[in-house]
Design a protein around this ligand. Structure first.
Ligand code: COA
Ligand code: AMP
Length: 636
């Protein structure tokens, strides 16, 4: 029997359909598929065509029926509120059935969209699973986004219902969600007919008559009701998750039901090395893809216990909270973003707080969401004394493109590399003309089509944007929009995005979107936002703005307004706190702003003078500004 990575990868590559059909045997199907893969359907083919299934059934019912009713399914640990609650598989199933009944009572049918705009509370997970149960399509919107961002998602997904909460809780402040929700509905053209609001103790929100209802009493009344799982096509959408594109309009990544379950279940055993019954903790947020895949769906598909953590790695109450959670709940694998460890390392550089806790169960730390810098990886290795596994993936894929599959075999770790491609991904590195480059050379990382199960089949109701964003530049390949290289051992190194996406504390943001906001200010003629290096968050945005001729207001006041505007329009999560007014922006002769060169100047990196630059003197002006203003690397 093949067991090592090489054999498994080769096995997949020789017969991909047999590989995925075998993996699909781990899932319960209402009706088996007619074709494992049909290349004729969709933009590049569809997986498990003709199959019928239900994701909620596979996450909950089957574990209740087959020996896990009393095992903890979900542990809610909220240091920020001081609350903790554990739900067994049976209890979670009951709660989800009650939620599904409430959705149906309030007019949600199969195929309808439901937006979930919630903090990290158990009801958010229940809402997702309840949608899956009745075949409705959820779209979770991260709580740190502003009303305008929510409005865009309402107009694109046209939900019949929004499930939200009165507030989220951030260190030192209560974030009132309801006014943001009301404003978003005001701004949007599409109006949901119903909003269900979880009233939290910390803040009670006012309800709009005929539209809003309080969630908890409805759930309490419905407890005990049974709602059968709605069989859906394997190719039906389970959810839409909006992610940053190159403009301010986010992309609605569509996830199907069948392929998603197959890939996630495979990943839990083979990449994460998790056995049913073990405790798995993804310290992310349900608003991000990591939260969808590895707080909610994958651990439950595998019959594990998942931890839902409402807090921060530091300050809730201290840099020992991750160790406390792991010790208290017996966590075997922790998955988080490197930025969380940088935050901990900053507060507790010698990792002294670790000694206060028993981490005997912890086997592995997984990092993703941004480049794992070798310093952070080494610090974690030294202090936790377990393998630290970097792995690379995207909202679009829903699971790892490259990883070190410790469930199969642990390959030697190379710091700075997320290791090797997973089965399903035939990775090529191409130059801009589409030719493969030699090992060691930097290029565009692409995946030879078809993409494996779980990867997006399209963007929500926008096949044409799907094709133009991902498939057209390199025909026959999916463009990851990441640049990097492969070394002689086949290890991948992911170095940078090829578009204007930046990664702020593991959160994916569009500098183009921020530029649209800055440009909307009455005094702004033109602007550029670049992602600059930040010791804690990896990257942060910095804006450079040219004012319209004749504007003679105090510049500091304009800068404050610009910072407030990005916070108001995109949200606090953008961490937009640096902006400088300049006389001119560096451009090519054809008028393209040289953002890449600006970023290098700010990060004090070597740069080549672009051959097409219009006026090189402007680069000196930018350098003078960042020096005078102590921006980025110039602050130290
Ligand atoms: N609702 C409302 N506001 C939110 C929010 C939410 N759900 N999440 C974050 N915010 C706000 C924060 O309060 C903060 O506002 P501020 O500017 O008033 O301080 C802002 O958005 C930025 O938040 P955050 O990115 O969390 O930065 P931070 O400075 O508060 O904390 C870290 C820094 C490193 C501790 C934090 O980013 C972190 O825990 N990162 C973990 C990485 C992660 O989960 N990544 C997800 C992908 S795996
Ligand atoms: P998101 O869609 O929010 O998950 O962000 C995906 C992007 O984050 C990728 O395209 C990469 O640019 C970056 N990313 C995620 N994981 C890694 C990693 N392990 N190493 C380097 N970059 C990563």
């Amino acid at each position: 029997m093949p067991s090592g990575y090489k054999e498994i990868y080769e096995g997949w590559s020789t017969d991909p359909e047999a590989f995925w059909a075998k993996a699909a045997g781990e899932i319960d199907w209402v009706k088996p598929w007619d074709k494992v893969f049909d290349p004729e359907l969709g933009a590049y083919g569809r997986w498990f065509v003709g199959g019928e299934c239900n994701t909620c059934y596979n996450c909950l019912d089957r574990h209740v029926q087959r020996g896990r009713p009393g095992q903890a399914a979900l542990i809610y640990d909220s240091p920020i509120t001081g609350r903790q609650q554990t739900f067994s598989y049976r209890q979670l199933l009951d709660k989800v059935q009650a939620f599904a009944a409430v959705l149906q009572d309030n007019g949600v049918d199969r195929g309808d969209r439901v937006i979930i705009y919630m903090p990290m509370v158990p009801e958010a997970v229940m809402a997702m699973l309840a949608c899956a149960r009745i075949g409705a399509v959820h779209s979770v919107v991260f709580g740190g986004f502003a009303a305008q961002e929510l409005a865009t998602r309402i107009d694109d997904s046209k939900p019949v219902m929004i499930v939200s909460a009165s507030c989220g809780i951030e260190p030192g402040r209560i974030v009132a969600y309801k006014p943001l929700l009301d404003e978003a509905i005001e701004l949007s053209t599409h109006k949901p007919s119903r909003c269900l609001i979880l009233q939290r103790e910390e803040l009670v929100a006012g309800l709009v008559p005929d539209r809003d209802a309080s969630l908890t009493p409805l759930l309490e009344d419905a407890l005990g009701r049974k709602v059968a799982c709605q069989p859906v096509a394997a190719t039906d959408p389970l959810y839409i998750l909006y992610t940053s594109g190159t403009t301010g309009t986010p992309k609605g990544v569509v996830r199907d039901n069948g392929g998603h379950m197959v890939a996630l279940k495979w990943s839990m055993s083979n990449i994460y090395g998790m056995e049913p019954g073990e405790v798995y903790w993804a310290a992310s947020d349900v608003g991000w893809v990591v939260g969808h895949s590895y707080i909610v769906y994958a651990p439950l598909l595998q019959g594990c216990t998942t931890v839902l953590f409402e807090g921060k790695p530091v300050g809730t109450p201290d840099a020992g909270v991750f160790w406390r959670v792991m010790a208290e709940h017996g966590v075997s694998a922790l998955f988080t973003a490197p930025t969380a460890f940088r935050a901990i390392k900053k507060e507790d550089p010698d990792g002294r707080l670790i000694a206060d806790y028993d981490l005997a169960n912890l086997r592995t730390l997984f990092l993703a969401g941004e480049r794992a810098d070798p310093d952070t990886v080494q610090w974690a290795e030294q202090h936790l004394n377990v393998p630290v596994i970097d792995h690379w993936w995207q909202t679009e894929t829903g699971w790892s493109i490259a990883a070190n599959p410790i469930g199969l075999e642990m390959l030697p770790v190379k710091h700075g590399s997320p290791t090797v491609p997973m089965p399903g991904y035939d990775i090529r590195i191409l130059d801009d003309a589409g030719h493969e480059v030699p090992d060691g050379d930097l290029g565009n990382i692409v995946v030879k089509l078809p993409l494996p199960p779980s990867c997006l089949p399209t963007l929500w109701q926008d096949d044409s944007r799907f094709r133009s964003s991902y498939l057209e530049e390199f025909p026959g390949y999916y463009k990851t929009a990441d640049a990097g290289y492969r070394d002689a051992d086949g290890y991948l190194f992911i170095m940078a995005r090829t578009d204007d996406i930046i990664n702020v504390a593991g959160h994916r943001l569009s500098t183009g979107g921020m530029e649209e906001v800055l440009a909307s200010h009455a005094d702004v003629a033109e602007c550029a936002v670049v992602g600059i290096a930040d010791a804690l968050k990896g990257q942060i945005p910095a804006g450079f703005v040219v004012l319209k001729a004749g504007v003679d207001r105090e510049q500091a006041a304009i800068e404050r307004e610009l910072i407030a505007l990005v916070r108001e329009k995109i949200g606090p999560v953008a961490a937009f706190k640096t902006v400088a007014i300049v006389d001119r922006l560096p451009k090519t002769r054809s008028g393209k702003i040289l953002r890449g060169t600006m970023q290098k100047i700010i990060d004090r990196e070597e740069y080549k003078m672009p051959a097409t630059i219009d006026d090189p003197a402007i680069l000196d002006e930018i350098a003078d500004t960042v020096k005078d203003r102590a921006i980025g690397a110039w602050s130290v």
